[in-house]
Design a binder for this molecule. Structure first.
Ligand SMILES: CC(C)(COP(=O)(O)OP(=O)(O)OC[C@H]1O[C@@H](n2cnc3c(N)ncnc32)[C@H](O)[C@@H]1OP(=O)(O)O)[C@@H](O)C(=O)NCCC(=O)NCCS
Length: 248
């Protein structure tokens, strides 16, 4: 039986090793924010004195998000991710009616077996916005839908849009971002992204967000599947960039 236990701040070094093996963009600060946001919902398997598999769960606003499902390549195919998902879902089922996640091709079969179904295609777009001196003025009156625990290094707003970003280990991360018009979102995206080098933006390709990202020179790089288990809760139409695959 795998030795499953709660993850804590002392595990961040092992957790970083896991995500590096998968080539993901999260930083130690991202891990620390997740573990702080959900001290009872982040689980790991310990083998040979270190954490070799992880899964995180954050509940916010009636929806639970599963993320950071990672198994050390040397320990794959032994049921560790399946066992961790079982623990994670047992935790979330006690607090929410809806659980969602963004599945890679590697994770998707595992989630289907656990009762997740497809909600939408979600894509990672990659690009670079040269520093444009763009400013954004005015207040965004609309709702900010992400958990207050999501790390935000920089944000910008104007009448009609709000956007944020944070450092990543291989590229700057743009998101979350909300807006009522493409023009307003383009303004805050330029303000957040200008001069930050290569950046990542996770969006729904059927949404106007793809038009804005395309105009800013972003192109699709990866395709994932947003999946849901339990009561359907569609993503709000004002979401132009999600907060991260680990936050929703
Ligand atoms: C996806 C991942 C977490 C699976 O971890 P794992 O601990 O090996 O998973 P499990 O052993 O519990 O296997 C789960 C399912 O994955 C598939 N799988 C796992 N290892 C496999 C292997 N060596 N060959 C073929 N299929 C395999 C199988 O469908 C398996 O189901 P089964 O019960 O029918 O065998 C791991 O491959 C990984 O870290 N991948 C990179 C990061 C990633 O994409 N994570 C998912 C994010 S959504």
């Amino acid at each position: 039986m795998p030795k499953i236990r709660l993850l804590g701040q002392g595990d961040v070094t092992d957790c970083m090793r896991l995500k590096e093996a998968a080539g993901w963009n999260q930083t130690a600060a991202d891990w620390m924010a997740l573990l702080a946001a959900s001290p009872g919902g982040c689980f790991g398997v310990e083998e040979d004195g270190r954490v070799v598999a992880s899964a995180t769960a954050v509940a916010d606003g009636g929806v639970g998000w599963v993320g950071m499902v990672l198994t050390d390549p040397a320990y794959r195919g032994r049921g560790l991710a399946t066992a961790l998902l079982g623990e994670t879902l047992a935790y979330l089922d006690g607090v929410v009616e809806t659980v969602k996640l963004d599945a890679t091709a590697a994770g998707e079969p595992l989630y289907r077996k656990l009762g997740f179904v497809e909600e939408a295609v979600i894509e990672r777009w990659v690009g670079e916005v040269p520093f444009s001196g763009a400013g954004s003025a005015g207040r965004y009156g609309g709702p900010l839908r992400h958990s207050p625990a999501v790390p935000v290094d920089v944000c910008a707003e104007c009448e009609g849009a709000w956007g944020a970003g944070r450092a990543g280990s291989s590229a700057f991360y743009f998101g979350p971002c909300y807006g009522v018009s493409e023009a307003a979102v383009e303004g805050v995206a330029r303000a957040v992204l200008g001069g930050r080098g290569r950046a990542m933006w996770d969006l729904f390709p059927e949404h106007p967000a793809a038009g804005v990202a395309g105009r800013l020179g972003f192109v699709p790089a990866r395709r994932l599947l947003r999946m849901v288990r339990g009561r359907a809760v569609p993503t709000a139409g004002d979401v132009y960039a999600i907060a991260g695959f680990e936050w929703g």
